[in-house]
Ligand binder design. Structure first.
Ligand code: PEP
Length: 258
């Protein structure tokens, strides 16, 4: 087992209204009433973040994440949200480069890199998503795709800044499909991701960086996945929409840390 603290994050996507978040939190925070052996993060929509932040005390078991952020400090960017707005609603993390942002909204590694720097400069922590499509995996491009995404999205990031960055490896073919990477596939790929981080930042930084797995994680497969050496937590979509189901996944992480 590594000495990295696992981080288990919910990505609610465009689900969970502010009032639904209130009932989610009242149930979830009853189960986890104080900090646990894993970091727990809830990734909410912008309006839901504002409401949720009112229910999260400084000593709560959970932190909040936004699902996106614009890299500029302010200006004429209709529909966008900046770092200062996120900080004001007690957001600690920002999910960046999710495959849906890349494929549906055309985000490039270069743009994601600008966001990574803006999030870090604002004192928040990026959860940087990377992952290959099925065609890329089957076409033998797995390593070049992941290495390209990492090098592009982390350009000009320093070794010191890596302490605040979480990587989420999410094979696109496993997101929302019910098809999970096998623990062996996830472990092998995440070991490769760590080797790319070592190439860029050195072994020490790579060994300390937390790498989540994401893609159809459920209560039934979480324990096996998180027992693997290079899997340091999860980014969870569908199974995190229900507080009881997400709590079971978090519990698998806590049990693994024991
Ligand atoms: C995600 O959206 O990041 C995700 C992993 O979704 P799901 O768990 O539903 O596959």
């Amino acid at each position: 087992m590594s000495n990295r603290k696992s981080i288990i994050a919910a990505n609610w996507k465009m689900n969970i209204t502010p009032s639904e978040a209130e009932s989610y939190l009242s149930s979830f925070l009853q189960t986890f009433s104080e900090p646990t052996a894993v970091d727990i993060v809830l990734g909410a929509s912008f309006v839901t973040l504002a409401k949720a932040s009112k229910h999260i005390t400084p000593n709560a078991a959970v932190d909040l994440a936004a699902q996106n952020m614009h890299p500029e400090a302010n200006g004429a960017f209709t529909g966008e949200t900046n770092a200062a707005m996120l900080k004001e609603v007690n957001c600690d993390y920002v999910i960046l480069g999710h495959s849906e942002r890349r494929s549906l909204f055309g985000e490039t590694d270069d743009f994601i890199n600008q966001k990574v720097h803006a999030v870090l400069n604002a004192g928040m922590k990026p959860i940087l998503c990377i992952g290959e499509s099925l065609d890329e995996r089957e076409g033998g491009q797995l390593e070049s795709v992941l290495s390209g995404q990492l090098k592009g999205s982390l350009a000009n990031v320093t070794a010191d800044q890596m302490a605040d960055i979480v990587i989420a490896y999410e094979p696109v073919w496993a997101i929302g499909t019910g098809v999970t990477a096998t623990p062996e596939q996830a472990q092998d790929t995440q070991a490769y991701v760590r080797s790319v981080l070592a190439e860029i930042f050195g072994d020490e930084v790579a060994g300390a960086t937390r790498i989540q797995y994401g893609g159809s994680v459920k209560p039934g497969n979480a324990a096996d996945l998180i027992s693997r050496e290079d899997i340091d937590g999860f980014l969870v979509g569908g199974a995190a929409l229900d507080p009881d189901s997400f709590a079971q996944i978090v519990q698998a992480g806590i049990d693994d840390a024991a």
